[in-house]
Design a protein around this ligand. Sequence first.
Ligand code: NAD
Ligand code: DAU
Length: 352
Amino acid sequence: MTLLITGSAGFIGANFVLDWFANHDEPAISLDKLTYAGNLQNLASLEGNPHHTFVHGDIGDTALVNRLLAEYRPRAVINFAAESHVDRSIRGPEDFIQTNIVGTFHLLESVRGYWGTLGAAEKSGFRFLHISTDEVYGSLAPTASAFTEQHPYQPNSPYSASKAASDHLVRAYHHTYGLPVLTTNCSNNYGPFHFPEKLIPLVIRNALAGEMLPIYGDGQQIRDWLYVRDHCSAIRRVLEAGQVGETYNVGGWNEKSNLDVVSRICDTLDQEAPRSDGRSYREQIRFVKDRPGHDRRYAIDATRLERELGWKPAETFESGIAKTVRWYLDNQDWVENVASGAYREWLNKQYT
Ligand code: NAD
Ligand code: DAU
């Protein structure tokens, strides 16, 4: 029994692998291309763990993936690998098309070939679990009901369009070839190891560095926040008991405007790490140019996951954000290490 986990050095993948070994001793092979978002430091606590094997590589490298499948014979593949930042997809969509669409296609082809070689029992027990996003559903009106699994796909950014395409490929491989797939569509995650290009870790880092806290447009866009370890427990539950061919929405029932999120982080930092001048971090907030095509509101209806599989998030936004701020205060070395020259270049390009 082994898992193949792709994108395992990124934010959610790394949290998933760490949580996996906190809950199981079933071996896992990690496959990651180590793009700017992948960081082996995230998996450092697994060094010396005989059940974990890290492989540096691309999900689109068919020869490598075929070799890993033949050698380790996983009972499941969990696909986290992706380009994940919406702003980067707006500035340069090509990597998103390459990894999220073409890469997922190559991975599916490799998995289809491997799955076809399995005996009947292994074949029916096998799972391909694809990790996707609520952004495929598009933007909600202020009073519209939250996204259910039946909501039509209306992706608005190159990132969400590439994820939507990958979801469709996964669905098609089940419908056409019978590959036993599962898909999860999750809302915004936050927590440890979140790369500081995304709103929450960017704001924590900038606040402590005395830099501006950039809020796009009027800051009234709404996201539905889920603590990353709750996402990991949902994925484990779907892998264990999800119905083959089905999709599951994962969310935290935590709709917040961006301005509220940033204000909450400022208030937490005011308590935990007050500014030396005694003023509030809120004074560093700046309203900046809006994201092109910025989706106004996302909200996930996670009723199906609760009703059918008994999953519920353990954290509220308040408890999760307190843990997250504490993690960043305790791990400023990690932030310094990821805030390289390339990272500074990204900030300069995006915010000046
Ligand atoms: P991330 O950008 O932090 O990590 C992505 C990881 O994938 C990195 O380690 C990167 O090196 C790796 N990778 C990229 N291209 C690869 C390739 N071609 N082959 C192998 N590895 C490759 O992303 P994340 O936030 O951890 O997101 C993980 C997955 O979850 C993505 O599929 C994303 O769409 C989805 N998701 C993210 C969120 C969120 O809020 N972050 C919410 C819902 C769904
Ligand atoms: O909804 C799930 C998605 O959440 C995932 O699929 C994506 O991979 C993940 O990156 C995230 O996308 P968002 O675009 O919602 O996350 P981000 O942290 O980039 O932005 C959150 C909100 O904050 C969004 O409305 C844009 C806004 N924002 C973001 C940044 C980086 C700002 O106002 N200022 C900023 O500097």
